[in-house]
Design a protein around this ligand. Structure first.
Ligand SMILES: [Zn+2]
Length: 286
């Protein structure tokens, strides 16, 4: 939006029909309501198209926002999925090696890069934490939260889900999902909750605050395993998913600390199609 007339064009759009053509890269930039939601369609730009969880920008419309998001509609290996507690046993070997990290936390409204998940609170750890899965090493890039959960358990959503997103050197993706149930206060989360950003767009680095990601995991490492996708546009497939069998417990207030900030940001469950979900019962004890 370099030309001042373009801003004027937007400003009067709701009052009169705007005949002025936008630049080649930007086919529309229309305020959709009086809050902060803005629809942008950039067909020829490398910048991602804005998407959300409501209305035309919501999950049902993702595939039509841009051809880049087509898999969100046509993909046959999408996430999340429903998990059943009697899943067949698998034989996957996996292990995590997570380091403690200085806290860099942000409340993202916009997708900044492929693995950067918009519409959530995201923690970006320092380099050095890895997931080893079926002989491949994946580096932990970020973790973020969904309220309520995206994966369902026997058809039911849980109050919250944490996703730890990993990428290998050859750009393969693996995500560990941790479901959250409501119950007792979990003091391991106090430090994170203390620093949760309030406003969308707020991003902070707390060099003096160290967090140990491992404490945010349940004691056992059994996991549901299947091949799925990113649950957000562009819904990239061939993502290795490990959703831990055991859940973390947070108090109602602790879940609300996340939910009140990120609102409802869960995609509904997708068809399994030809895929199988297995329960990996030889997960390496850490
Ligand atoms: Zn996620």
């Amino acid at each position: 939006m370099k030309h001042p007339k373009f801003f004027l064009c937007i400003a009067v759009l709701s009052i009169i029909s705007c005949q002025q053509k936008a630049s080649k890269e930007e086919t529309a930039a229309v305020p959709t309501d009086t809050t902060t939601k803005v629809t942008e369609t950039k067909t020829e730009s490398a910048r991602p198209v804005h998407w959300g969880y409501e209305g035309d920008n919501g999950p049902q419309g993702w595939a039509t926002l841009t051809p880049v998001y087509a898999l969100c509609g046509s993909g046959k290996s999408q996430s999340p999925v429903n998990l059943v507690t009697n899943a067949a046993k698998g034989s996957l070997v996996w292990k995590i090696d997570y380091k403690s990290t200085a806290l860099q936390i942000g409340h993202n409204e916009h997708v900044e890069e492929l693995i950067n998940n918009g519409h959530t609170i995201q923690v970006t750890p320092q380099e050095g934490s890895t997931l080893s899965l079926a002989g491949r090493i994946y580096h932990l890039k970020q973790f973020h939260f969904h309220t309520p959960s995206e994966h369902t358990l026997n058809g039911k959503n849980m109050p919250m889900e944490m996703h730890l997103v990993h990428q290998s050197d050859d750009k393969n993706l693996a995500v560990i999902g941790v479901l959250v149930k409501e119950g007792k206060h979990n003091s391991n989360f106090d430090q994170l909750i203390k620093y949760l950003p309030n406003a969308p767009g707020e991003k902070k680095t707390h060099d003096s605050v160290n967090i140990d990601i491992r404490v945010h995991f349940p004691a056992d490492f059994y996991a549901y395993h299947y091949i799925g996708s990113l649950t957000t546009p562009p819904c990239t497939e061939n993502v290795q998913w490990l959703v831990l069998r055991d859940q973390m417990t947070l108090s109602k207030d602790q879940v609300n600390a996340f939910a009140s900030r990120i609102k409802k940001n869960n995609r509904s469950t997708q068809q399994l199609n030809e895929r199988k979900v297995t329960m990996d019962d030889i997960a390496a004890k850490q």
